[in-house]
Design a protein around this ligand. Structure first.
Ligand SMILES: [Zn+2]
Length: 447
């Protein structure tokens, strides 16, 4: 490794009539009469780049050509004192130092490291404390500037892409994400939270669930917890700052009983503030249509009729989204007196429900639709209609609380992308961090 350090080596070399091979005075323009450029030794250059202020100083810079590494040596002069990191008391003596190094932004294509003996201060009040150096966060092996760059890269691309570009290991990227999320969660303010959406998300091949709470107004994920039990959601409500619970106006969710039980416990008048999510309700109807189709298809096949073969998705699409190639056959099948055709019509008609403005009109529509659905002699449809009827009061709130599910859909799509980009997460904690990182709207960067 080739070391060259500030004035001493250079002066000695000059005294011996030699020139230092990379003496900065030869590389940088000299001070001109017009001002502007100022000749500077590389130690001074790095002091400026790193934004170091006394007593910190760069004592040397070394280059390893083979490893393509530049190491910047930062030290404190003997006898220097520092402020206590715990209480801020100035002039604390340095008890001892531990050798540490941090990855910094590359210098051209060279990986650049800062190495320093990191001091521990001795404070009369707080005892011995390890300090955080001005260029890095405590416990991080990256400088603040390097973390900023890595965060920007990780926001833009996959973890694999960012690792390749910045020469980071997966674990290093993971640490940067975890610290960024930690910073963001510590800084954010939930005191304005008024409207929340609660949803569950399957992780790790559907074996596990996480509960995802988002802010309906900002479309940001505000909380996540493992599992989907009543206790899971209790932990979210527990974590809220004082006064927020009393100001919650609207909660959207699925018909999942544990969530309902938790909301009842924590939110005054929870039932009147709950809106059952339109997306989930429509999914129940879709599932009912699919059951009807399956049963009927089996029955027709037993008579040698293949009319419903390969038509599964035709009944699940909304007609306006049906791919044109599927249209002719769909129109053909629809002419027959089929149970599936009736189930499909009942499902599609229910979409009108959401177009009402006044709750009284929506109720009137529901009564008619309910009569039709429950007299359809299609057991899966009857079941869903009865379920809607049981929960009607929490569905009608859609019109009084002005809730939409568009934010939930956006977040779901984003989470799906995160899952795909990461090619599966090795544990739930990492998946949760990635969601906070991309969907939390957090202040991720170090200050
Ligand atoms: Zn102290």
């Amino acid at each position: 490794m080739l070391w060259w350090s500030g004035s001493r080596t250079a002066t000695r070399m000059k005294a011996q009539g030699k020139r230092s091979p990379a003496e900065p005075e030869d590389l940088l323009p000299r001070r001109s009469t017009a001002g502007g450029f100022k000749a500077m030794r590389d130690t001074g250059l790095y002091e400026q780049i790193l934004g170091l202020t006394p007593p910190w100083r760069v004592s040397g810079v070394a280059m390893d050509k083979e490893a393509e590494t530049i190491t910047v040596r930062v030290e404190l002069p003997a006898g220097a004192t520092l402020a206590c990191p715990a209480c801020g008391r100035a002039g604390c003596a340095i008890k001892d130092r531990q050798e540490r190094s941090w990855r910094h932004l590359d210098t051209c294509q060279f990986k650049t490291l800062i190495s320093a003996p990191l001091p521990r201060t001795e404070c009369p009040d707080c005892g011995v404390k390890t300090i955080a150096p001005p260029w890095a966060q405590k416990h991080s092996r990256f400088t603040l500037l390097m973390e900023r760059l890595a965060i920007d890269a990780l926001l833009e691309m996959s973890i694999q892409g960012a690792c390749r570009l910045l020469r980071l290991t997966w674990d290093e990227a993971d640490g940067i994400i975890a610290r960024a999320v930690g910073r963001g969660l510590a800084r954010r303010d939930l005191s304005e939270l008024r409207r929340i959406g609660i949803d569950e998300k399957a992780v790790l091949k559907g074996q596990h669930y996480i509960t995802v709470v988002h802010d309906l107004e900002t479309a940001k994920v505000v909380w996540m917890g493992e599992d989907r039990t009543e206790e899971t959601l209790d932990r979210f409500f527990e974590s809220l700052p004082e006064g927020v619970l009393g100001r919650i106006e609207c909660v959207t969710m699925d018909m999942w009983q544990p969530y309902r039980a938790s909301c009842r416990k924590w939110i005054d008048g929870a039932e009147e503030k709950t809106v059952l999510d339109r997306f989930h309700l429509e999914r129940h109807l879709n599932e009912a249509v699919d059951k009807v189709r399956k049963q009927e298809h089996r029955q027709l096949q037993s008579q040698g009729i293949e009319l419903l073969k390969g038509t599964k998705w035709d009944w699940l699409y909304h007609p306006e989204n049906l791919p044109p190639t599927r249209e002719p056959r769909f129109e053909y099948v629809r002419q027959f007196e089929l149970k599936t055709v009736r189930a499909h019509a009942i499902k599609e008609t229910f979409r009108h429900f959401w177009r009402y403005v006044y709750p009284a009109n929506a109720r009137r529509f529901f009564r008619r639709w309910y009569f039709w659905a429950t007299h359809s002699r299609l057991a899966p449809i009857i079941d869903v209609a009865k379920m809607f009827h049981r929960h009607l009061e929490r569905i009608i709130t859609f019109f009084t609380l002005d809730a939409t599910n568009s934010t939930a859909e956006g977040i779901n799509n984003k989470i799906q992308t995160i899952k795909k980009k990461a090619y599966g997460f090795r544990n739930v904690g990492r998946f949760i961090n990635a969601i906070y990182f991309h969907c939390g709207g957090l202040e991720l960067h170090p200050l």
